[in-house]
Design a protein. Sequence first.
Length: 175
Amino acid sequence: MFNSVGKYFRAVWYLLTFRIDKASETLRMNPGVVSANYDRIIEDKRNRLNQYKDAISAMIAQEESKKEKLRQVTDEIGKLEKLRSGAAAKAKKLVEQYGGDPEAVKRDPEYLKCQSAFKDFSSTLAEKQQRATEIDEDLKQLVANVSGHKTQIQSLMRDLDKLKEEKHDTVAGIL
């Protein structure tokens, strides 16, 4: 008895789901519904594309920031090289002043000052050059990423245009 009641409810359920499926199929074939679905899909794709563009523009801003940092570090490297060569020139001048006497030169406080400045400028210069190399590598990677993403955006824009054309063709085909 329970079996037959279960079969009856199952048959009623299948009848209801069949009618619902049939009604949804009829709605899906309505040109207005198809057009609205395409419009929704196009709007979703356009929103995602805009978010993608915003993300890439942030990457481009980061690229410009890194370029500016690289310019600043390069300028600092140039200044440090001038200061280092100036300290070396002054030390050389002091050596010539003492006639090449190493003991007298080593006792001169001005020479010691030039020597420590030269070492300081050399170590700072090495750090700045390492930093410039790091920034340059980051910049190369960032430029490669941005160019790849720009290509991806162009592809997505073409897909969006195709979808717009497909919408009209599909609606016309249903009509």
